[in-house]
Design a protein around this ligand. Structure first.
Ligand code: MN
Length: 334
């Protein structure tokens, strides 16, 4: 979906090198903040990335968790055509259905348990509308930053339905990367992991992971614990590099769902503003100008029905936001 904040802050994301304490580091729990998506009845999402404490996990640079929302109360999702640059979007639903249209000509339904990966390197535009049959909307919107070498990657849309596989104590759906012997065929521009986990009631599950990756566990249910640390619903547990296994537990009486994200630490500085990812402030300015000028850079979305056919970009703040670093890693730093 779009970042439809009316006054989005420009965010400079850098990844500081590990200080060597990684293997012994405590789990760092990133708390979500509520972000209303605009409009009188609009849905509110819970954002854990980026935030002051941490900007990225691997190349994952944006994480919104939403729902379960009663669509009759919130009006559901209706995001007019809007642009993206320098990133890939992952729309992952738990419940509901969203109609996607983009400037490649893609028209498809986003459904629970199915990966829909949209690449907007140089530029893409898309719209997202929950379908009339959707009564409950529940899912996550995730962005992946593209590395410099692929910042201008052509538009692409990939769809993949991962098989649900059982491990002792959990059911996994691996939509990007490799976990528990399951590999997603979808290629990524940097090494990444993305998987949905459903932990059995009372289960403790140990998963082998790449020690070169940093990891995040976004809890969708109460009862999730990571390495013994409780992670509230919609919070994101962060684990630095240096771990070869993750121990997850479900302390509850019901199955508990979480998303596991991972990736090699992203070494490049990233500037994010609104729906654009770039390297410099000037990249953002140029992308905004191109969008507002209806440039071919983004193309046109056909078939979206709504009064707004081209979501206007907010005004860019007059001052540059100072770079901030991933160095402040909470409990570990001091
Ligand atoms: Mn979007």
């Amino acid at each position: 979906m779009s970042n439809v904040e009316t006054d989005p802050q420009e965010t400079v994301c850098t990844d500081a090198p590990d200080d060597g304490a990684g293997a012994a580091a405590a789990v760092e729990v990133l708390e979500p903040r509520d972000v209303p998506l605009g409009g009188p009845r609009a849905m509110t999402v819970r954002r854990t990335l980026p935030q002051r404490q941490r900007s990225m996990i691997g190349a994952w640079c944006f994480a919104d968790h939403y729902g379960p929302d009663d669509v009759s109360a919130t009006g559901g999702m209706d995001v007019p055509p809007h642009p993206h640059t320098g990133l890939q979007t992952v729309s992952w639903l738990f419940t509901g259905e969203v109609e996607h249209r983009d400037s490649l000509g893609t028209h498809c339904l986003v459904r629970p348990g199915e990966l829909n990966l949209m690449t907007g390197g140089f530029g893409i535009a898309h719209s997202e509308v929950s379908t009339p049959g959707t009564t409950t909307l529940h899912g996550a919107q995730l962005w992946v930053a593209l590395p410099q070498a692929h910042l201008d990657a052509p538009r692409q849309f990939q769809h993949h339905v991962p098989e649900a596989v059982r491990v002792e104590g959990a059911t996994l759906r691996v939509f990007l990367g490799t976990l528990a012997g399951q590999a997603s065929p979808v290629e990524t521009f940097t090494p990444l992991l993305g998987a949905e986990l459903v932990l059995d009631p009372g289960a403790t599950v140990t998963l082998d992971v790449d020690p070169g990756f940093e990891h995040g566990i976004l809890a969708d249910s109460p009862g999730v614990a990571v390495e013994g640390t409780p992670v509230a619903r919609a919070a994101l547990a962060f684990l630095p590099t240096g771990r070869s296994a993750l121990r997850l537990a479900n302390d509850g009486d019901e199955p508990a769902r979480a998303l596991l994200l991972g990736g090699l630490p992203f070494e490049e500085e990233v500037v994010m503003w609104w729906n654009f990812v770039g390297r410099r402030h000037e990249d953002i300015v140029a992308a905004r100008e191109a969008w507002m000028a209806h440039s071919e850079r983004f193309g046109e979305v056909e078939g979206y029905e709504g009064p707004v056919q081209h979501l206007p970009a907010p005004v860019i703040p007059g001052v540059r936001i100072r770079p901030r670093s991933n160095a402040s890693r909470g409990p570990r730093g001091s």
